[in-house]
Ligand binder design. Structure first.
Ligand code: ADE
Length: 245
């Protein structure tokens, strides 16, 4: 089983590079792909950059050039629902491109593709189970003191549900409301997950998306995001990624 691991920013995933044995780095387009093994498991890691196009392009290279068997994305998200707090972890069971709207083209038969209405993609139950197990193990190890770089005070809730993706950093009550009115099931919002899920669906490659809540997608989102990014995320995402392998 070869796993493609994607992060949008180096703070989110690059620490993992130091754990890759037999490291080989190659460049495709503007991106570097780091391949090798972690504890005997084959991995290829890449930074996508922000947004759906960057994520889709990265996923396509991982599938076509490296022939990965699964895609894993770990990173940050803004919460849309009040019950999600900063630091909580969301495992996707569905990924929705909240900024796609073809409703005015309803009468075009070609728009009636499998995704036409809401560009929504289900996560396979086995990928979902594996991700939930990895997060639970991460939290148990954390409690035991296995991760000195992460505060033992960190005790997040874990949520399973829909993650929304759009080419927008949401930072207002209005923006949150727009997403919530159209897709009340969306727990949190980010900028890559459902693009990777669409590429995965095209090639029948299973996808896992895990997001840590960095902000509440409201007027304070920018400051909260920056603070969380620099203090916490790298060690959390790297430990969870290793457990998924
Ligand atoms: N990633 C982290 N926070 C986000 C937000 N508020 N909107 C979009 N993507 C995000």
């Amino acid at each position: 089983m070869k796993t493609g691991i994607i992060g949008a920013m180096h703070e989110e995933i690059l620490l993992l590079k130091k754990d890759i044995q037999r490291l080989k780095t190659e460049q495709f387009g503007s991106r570097e792909f780091h391949s090798g093994t972690i504890d005997g498991k084959e991995v290829v890691m890449a930074l996508s950059g922000w947004g759906k196009v960057a994520a889709a392009s990265t996923a396509t290279t991982l599938i076509n050039h490296y022939q990965v068997d699964q895609l894993v994305f770990i990173g940050l998200a803004g919460s849309i629902q009040a019950q999600l707090h900063i630091g909580d972890i969301v495992v996707a069971n569905q990924l929705i491109q909240h900024d796609v709207d073809l409703s005015r083209l309803e009468h075009f038969p070609e728009v009636k593709s499998p995704f036409w209405k809401d560009f929504s993609f289900k996560v396979l139950p086995q990928s979902e189970d594996k991700a939930l197990q990895a997060v639970e193990t991460f939290l148990a190890n954390l409690k035991k003191g296995d991760y000195p770089a992460i505060s033992k005070e960190y005790a997040p809730q874990v949520h399973l549900g829909a993650i929304g993706t759009g080419d927008q950093f949401i930072a207002s009550k209005d923006g949150k409301m727009r997403i919530n009115e159209r897709f009340p099931q969306i727990l949190c919002t980010e900028m890559e997950g459902a693009a990777i899920a669409q590429v995965g669906a095209d090639y029948q490659i299973p996808c896992t998306v895990i997001r840590v809540i960095s902000d509440k997608a409201d007027e304070q989102a920018h400051d909260a995001f920056a603070e969380f990014l620099f203090e916490n995320i790298s060690n959390i995402s790297v430990e969870i990624a290793k457990l998924i392998l």
